[in-house]
Design a protein around this ligand. Sequence first.
Ligand code: SF4
Length: 330
Amino acid sequence: MPKTVGIPRGLFFYEYYPLWKRFFEELGAQVILSEPTSKQILDAGVKSCVDEACLPLKVFHGHVLNLVGKVDYLFIPRLTSVSKNEYICPKIGGLPDMIKHTLQGLPRIIDTEINLRKSSSNAYKAAYEIGMNFSSNSTEIRKAYKKALQSHEAHKEKLKSGILPDEIFSKKSARIHPKKELTLDIAVIGHAYNLFDSYVSMEMLAKLRKNNINIHTIDMVDESDINQMHKALRKRMFWNFGRRAVGSALHFLGREGMDGVIYVMSFGCGVDSFVCDMVERRIRQNSDIPFIVLTLDEHSGEAGMDTRLEAFIDMIRWRKLNESNIPAYG
Ligand code: SF4
């Protein structure tokens, strides 16, 4: 019987699942995913997690509980940094400890630290340590890691082309560019785990597409463009997400034909609180592109979210049809 590894469908799942899945499978393990986010998963997470945590952490707790009793190992790496000289978020760095101290009856947790802040070679060291749980053969682990990186690169290319993670994982055909009259181009900036979890985002991206909107996310922007735009800041960003969010927002600002920007933030997120403000100031100061902030927490109601989204889209369409001189403040 192969060993089973549970991967919670939250946080960095949307970016790294193909890499982790391939790595474990190459080493003979069977990967088991938690079920898609649902009311039950969210409620279980909210009940078990500390009140002060942001929504994505609560959702993650729910996904961990969904895997309890089904797997030999839980994969919850200690993600300190995924890029040189940058950090992710202290809450994600401390996640394995938070999980161990709040939930009971857990299987063995693989909580190896991944910290690329100082050196990218740490990624292989971490993979080696993780792989040792499944194989004592270092060549086999190295080969599995190489193949996993290939899967990761292929995944990033798909995201860049506009295919959403749900479409990639379910192999559903993607509907990337709606072709109808009054198509709009709107940038949607936010954490992947908020945007791409359709329960958490209340199907925001699908609704936008149904409304003939081409959506543009951070993952669709070249890393080199992000870095180039990010140089406009006086100080280098400390957070990986901050650099990518600000860099891509500035990139979208300079792109011809962008009709609006939506910033999706997590209530209680320290990183979002200043990154969102920075993005908003830049947009207001340098353009007249309509901008809206939508905040997600466990109390967010779908009707309220839909109303704000529809009003925003209607306003942009009306403006395109009737006026060309309305400021971003409406
Ligand atoms: S970056 Fe923000 S939303 Fe993400 S885990 Fe940290 S506090 Fe939560």
